[in-house]
Design a protein around this ligand. Structure first.
Ligand code: AP5
Ligand code: MG
Length: 213
């Protein structure tokens, strides 16, 4: 199964993509996680990506597309994968469609997790993440077992650099301009599935399994 998770920043793409990956036994590919790992390791890509991410802007397509195309060519992706945070622009979607077409393949589903902007700011303010394993929590909705500590590895949880309210507002406006048109793109491709993202994380996951079955 080859799945795209669509949705605004904070809609729950990462939370749900991890569950989908586990359920279907396919790799979870998050461009945001890849960029954050590069920032942490201070690579050339990380240095370039950080300039854009800290402002809430998109990293340019030329830094993003090849990265994803190479990743989905790896052996563990042969039975499918779940893309989280890619594509995010029409040129990225075209690059993905073309790369798959060349292999005689296409995406199976694009799942749009719908959450209104007014819910997003509160979600981001409460988000905490583990800099070591990337696990994501929310102080109220999805808290770790011990406050401020990752359940998986005991690492101290941190706030993402781009979760400041002003940056979140920029990310939302970039989302509406650059990424929301992909909803129509995948509707035309007849693979769009929509789920209500305002429910609890478990209920949203049930909704996703229902539309994928
Ligand atoms: P990325 O890391 O992809 O960030 P994003 O799209 O802004 O989305 P988030 O990760 O913030 O949110 P999410 O939808 O994954 O929600 P989450 O599950 O964490 O990208 C970051 C940056 O990298 C971009 O701004 C851009 O600069 C760059 N970038 C990445 N990909 C790119 C690309 N393809 N092209 C160009 N640039 C790119 O949930 C959010 C919070 O809510 C959490 O605290 C969570 O615990 C909580 N939560 C989740 N579900 C629920 C629920 N049902 N109820 C209540 N709380 C919930
Ligand atoms: Mg995410």
């Amino acid at each position: 199964m080859k799945i795209i998770m669509l949705g605004a920043p904070g809609a729950g793409k990462g939370t749900q993509a991890k569950r989908v990956a586990e359920e279907y036994g396919i790799p979870h590919i998050s461009t945001g996680d890849i960029f954050r790992a590069n920032i942490r390791d201070n690579t050339e890509l990380g240095k370039k990506a950080k300039e854009y991410m800290d402002k809430g802007l998109l990293v340019p397509d030329e830094l993003t597309c090849d990265l994803v195309m190479n990743r989905i060519s790896e052996a563990d992706c042969k039975d499918g994968f779940v893309l989280d945070g890619f594509p995010r622009t029409i040129p990225q979607a075209d690059a993905l469609t073309k790369a798959l077409e060349e292999k005689g393949m296409s995406m199976d589903a694009a799942v749009d997790i719908e959450v209104p902007d007014e819910n997003i700011i509160g979600r981001m303010a409460g988000r905490r993440f583990c800099p070591k394993c990337g696990a994501t929590y929310h102080v109220v909705a999805l808290p770790p077992k011990a406050e401020g500590i990752c359940d998986n590895d005991g690492e101290k949880l941190v706030i993402r650099d781009d979760d400041k309210e002003e940056t979140v507002r920029n990310r939302l406006s970039v989302y509406h301009k650059e990424t929301q048109p992909l909803i129509d793109y995948y509707k035309k491709a007849q693979i769009l599935k929509t789920v209500d993202g305002t429910k609890t994380a478990d209920e949203v996951f049930d909704g996703i399994k229902a539309v994928l079955s």
